[in-house]
Ligand binder design. Structure first.
Ligand code: SAH
Length: 247
């Protein structure tokens, strides 16, 4: 049997946002390697598979990436159907690209399955259209957290005029605000901070660029959360008015 690994997006948490293809992969799986942002309720689709948790939440001891690679390879070479189940989409800040490349170099067949990424789900659940005719002509997904501390070109993001969806930003609100203000973004730019998007305990905090750090503190915003920064993050009625005025 040829070695194959499925790199599958589990979506943001709501079990109904799992794709049919992900469900099929889970049904066929002998082994499932699970990331920690995956809702355990999804595992009802693979009742007989061997489950291995390989989470890497901040604060906990993380499973080294090389170890995860070796685990996938070992089971695949045994002819097992391996599913690597990741929160959201496997290729949006999820190392899906790295893992697929490495596995293919080892001669393992890889199939990637989309999941709904947290940023899209969070916005939609809060009635925020990430693009909107006359208001926002695009959307940019960025992470505030990098392993090598390299910096984003915040000025370009501020000037670009697209809606910004920021992942892993909860601990960096002060820095994000400062960089975007320095880049020329208006201090009253609407911001929505969405915690546990798509889950029953989802919470949302509406604010503005100038106030987002204080508001998040008062709200006790916790990870996992995404930030949506842009005119579309204004209250829905105001956005509709804006859109119809410029249509
Ligand atoms: N591959 C994932 C992202 C993993 S990076 C995806 O496509 O969604 C982890 C970050 O994703 C978190 O720090 C947070 O910013 C965001 N995130 C993941 N799940 C979330 C959720 N349910 N609600 C809000 N943010 C979430």
């Amino acid at each position: 049997m040829s070695a194959k690994v499925w790199l599958v997006g589990a979506g943001p948490g709501d079990p109904e946002l799992l794709t049919l293809k992900a469900v099929r992969a889970l049904r066929e799986a002998d082994v499932v390697l699970i990331d920690d942002l995956v809702n355990p309720a999804l595992l009802e689709h693979c009742p007989t598979a061997r489950l291995i948790t390989v989470g890497k939440r901040g604060g906990c001891r993380s499973t080294p990436q090389a170890f995860i690679h070796r685990l996938m390879l070992r089971y695949a070479r045994q002819g097992k159907c391996v599913v690597r189940l990741k929160g959201g989409d496997p290729c949006i800040f999820g190392r899906g690209g790295e893992e697929a490349t490495w596995l293919r170099q080892q001669g393992v067949e890889v199939e990637l399955v989309n999941g709904i990424t947290a940023g899209l789900a969070g916005a939609t659940n809060c009635d925020i259209p990430l693009t909107l005719r006359g208001v926002s002509r695009g959307v940019t997904l960025v992470t505030a957290h990098t392993q090598d501390d390299s910096s984003l070109n915040w000025r370009a993001l501020a000037e670009g005029g697209t809606t910004l969806v920021i992942y892993m930003g909860v601990a960096k609100l002060g820095e994000i605000r400062q960089q975007l203000l320095e880049g020329g973004m208006s201090d009253d730019m609407p911001v929505a901070m969405i915690e546990n998007a798509s889950l029953p305990h989802q919470r949302e905090c509406r604010s503005s660029l100038s106030r987002m750090q204080e508001d998040a503190h008062e709200f006790a915003l916790k990870s996992p959360a995404i930030l949506v920064i842009g005119r579309v993050a204004q209250a829905t009625q105001a956005v509709e008015a804006l859109a119809s005025a410029t249509a």
